[in-house]
Write a protein that binds this ligand. Structure first.
Ligand code: AMP
Ligand code: ZN
Length: 435
C-alpha cells in the first residue's frame, strides 16, 4: 500500500514485483559473470566448476558461484580484481579493516553515478527533499561515508555542508548559521554531540532545525537509536553499507523505520550459516552475503560481509518490494569468548543503553587471563554524585550484565565525557589478554 505522502526516487524500480526483480537480478548476474571472466581469480574458479553465464537460470543458481572473502581481496591487493581497463577507473576507496593491508576498491564513472543514485533513493525514502540542508559529519577521504554520501545528497538536490568530523563547536556553528536539517553521523559521534549540547545548555529542539539523522558505519542497538532520538529530538534512520559494495546506500530504512531495504536491483542478498555456507530461513540470524550485480570496475560475487543479520519476511507498508534486513547485530568476527562464554558487544550495549543513569560512551576491556571490565560513562544529568549511590549503581549494572551475558564483568563508572571518542568508527573492545 503506497501512502499518498510516500516519496519515491524511482517508483518503477522500487516497487517491482518479486518475479520482475529476480529476472532483472539474473540478467545482471549473468552480465557480471561475463565481466568477471576477465579477472584471473574468478576465471579460474569458473573453469574449475565449469560454470558459464548461461548456466545461471534461476535465482537459486547464485549458489553455484564461489564466495569471495576479505582474505581474497587482500590476496589480490592492490588491483588484481579490477574488471575494467585502468583508464576506466575514476576513483579508489579503501576499507578500514583492523590489521594489515587495506582492501582496495575501484569505481568507474558509472559506478559512482549508481552509488549516488542508490543513496538518493535512500534519502527520498526517509522524506528528505531538495529543500533539506544536509551536513555530512563523516570523514571525507578514503572512507566512502564522506564522499559517496555527499554525491548522493547532491543528486537529491540538498544543500550539502561537507563538514567532515570536525570539532563540535564548528558543527554547531554550521548547524545554527545554515539551518541544517539532516546529518550523517556515527552513533558514537551522535552521542558525543548530544552530550556537548547538553553541557552547553543548548536544547536542540529549540535552537536547531535538525530533524533527521542517518546513522551508520558501526553496529548499534535499538536502545541506542531511541537514546539518540530523545537526546537530539530527531528521527534516526539506520544506514548500512560497506566499501566492497559501493559504500553507504546498500541498505537503508524507509520512513517506517522497520528494517533496512536492500536495493535488490543492485545487490543479490543471501543470509547464510557462517559455518556451513548454507542459507538460513527468513527471520533467522546469519551472515550477510552480497553480490554486486550492477558494478563495472570491481564487481564481487557472494561477498562474505561477516555482518550478522536476518531477512524480514513480508511486505513493507511503504510499498517498496526490495526485501528488508534487521539491523546488524554484530560481526561474525567480533564475538568475544570470555571464560568460555560467547559474548557479542551489542549485548552489552543493549543493557547499558536501557539504563537512564548511564551515559552514552563505553568501552569493553579484556585483560589478564580472562578479566572483563566494562568502563562506561555516567549520564551527564542522571546521577546525583553520592559515593554510595555510585557503588550501588555499579553493582546494578554488573548484575544486569550478568543476567544477559552469564558472566559478571567488573563495571567502572566514569564521568560523562571522559572516555575517548573516535573520529571515525568507535573502537569498543580493547583486548589485552595475555592468552
Ligand atoms: P567500511 O567498508 O569501512 O565502510 O565498513 C563497512 C562495515 O561497517 C560493514 O561491513 C559493517 O560491519 C559496518 N557498518 C556499516 N554500517 C553499519 C550499520 N548501519 N550498522 C552496523 N554496522 C554497520
Ligand atoms: Zn519500507
Amino acid at each position: 500500500m503506497i501512502g499518498a505522502n510516500s516519496m519515491f526516487w524511482h517508483e518503477e524500480i522500487e516497487t517491482l514485483n518479486r518475479a520482475e526483480l529476480e529476472a532483472l537480478q539474473l540478467n545482471r548476474l549473468r552480465e557480471t559473470v561475463r565481466r568477471l571472466e576477465r579477472v584471473p581469480f574468478y576465471r579460474a574458479k569458473f573453469r574449475a566448476s565449469r560454470l558459464k553465464p548461461e548456466d545461471l537460470k534461476t535465482a537459486d543458481d547464485i549458489r553455484r558461484l564461489p564466495f569471495t572473502t576479505a582474505a581474497d581481496l587482500r590476496a589480490n591487493y592492490p588491483n588484481a580484481l579490477l574488471a575494467v581497463g585502468r583508464d576506466e577507473v575514476l576513483r579508489l576507496h579503501t576499507s578500514s579493516g583492523t590489521t594489515g593491508k587495506p582492501k582496495a576498491l575501484f569505481f568507474s564513472r558509472r559506478d559512482i553515478d549508481t552509488a549516488a543514485e542508490l543513496i538518493a533513493r535512500a534519502f527520498c525514502m526517509t522524506g528528505v527533499t531538495r529543500r533539506d540542508v544536509f551536513q555530512n559529519m563523516m570523514s571525507y577521504g578514503l572512507f566512502t561515508g564522506g564522499l559517496m554520501m555527499h554525491y548522493g545528497a547532491e543528486k537529491v538536490g540538498c544543500m550539502v555542508i561537507p563538514s567532515g568530523p570536525g570539532t563540535s563547536e564548528r558543527q554547531l556553528l554550521l548547524m545554527q548559521d545554515f539551518g541544517t536539517t539532516v546529518v550523517h553521523v556515527t552513533p558514537s559521534y551522535a552521542f558525543y554531540f548530544a552530550d556537548f549540547l547538553e553541557k552547553k545548555g543548548i536544547d536542540p529542539r529549540k535552537s536547531l532545525t535538525l530533524r533527521k539523522a542517518f546513522v551508520g558505519a558501526e553496529p548499534y542497538t535499538e536502545e541506542t537509536r531511541s537514546k539518540i532520538e530523545a537526546a537530539l529530538g530527531i528521527e534516526v534512520y539506520n544506514s548500512y553499507g560497506l566499501t566492497e559494495m559501493n559504500g553507504p546506500g546498500v541498505a537503508f530504512e524507509c520512513e517506517g523505520k522497520c528494517g533496512m531495504h536492500v536495493w535488490e536491483d543492485n545487490f543479490v542478498l543471501e543470509v547464510i550459516d557462517p559455518a556451513t555456507g548454507e542459507p538460513v530461513s527468513d527471520g533467522q540470524t546469519g551472515e550477510l552475503v552480497l553480490t554486486s550485480v550492477n558494478r563495472e570496475a570491481m564487481p564481487l560475487l557472494r561477498y562474505r560481509t561477516r555482518d550478522l543479520t536476518s531477512i524480514i519476511a513480508g511486505p513493507c507498508a511503504c510499498g517498496r518490494t526490495h526485501r528488508r534486513i534487521h539491523r546488524i547485530s554484530g560481526r561474525s568476527d567480533d564475538m568475544l569468548i570470555v571464560r568460555g562464554v560467547n559474548i557479542y558487544p551489542q549485548q552489552i550495549e543493549r543493557v547499558l543503553m536501557s539504563m537512564p543513569q548511564i551515559g552514552r560512551n563505553y568501552v569493553i576491556q579484556l585483560e589478564g587471563l580472562d578479566e572483563m571490565t566494562v568502563r562506561v560513562e555516567l549520564s551527564p544529568s542522571g546521577f546525583d554524585g553520592e559515593v554510595e549511590h555510585l557503588a550501588q549503581l555499579q553493582n546494578l549494572v554488573a548484575e544486569k550484565l550478568r543476567a544477559e551475558l552469564f558472566v559478571r564483568p567488573k563495571v567502572d563508572l566514569v564521568a560523562s565525557g571522559s572516555l575517548p571518542v573516535a573520529e571515525g568508527k568507535a573502537k569498543r573492545v580493547i583486548d589485552k589478554r595475555s592468552m
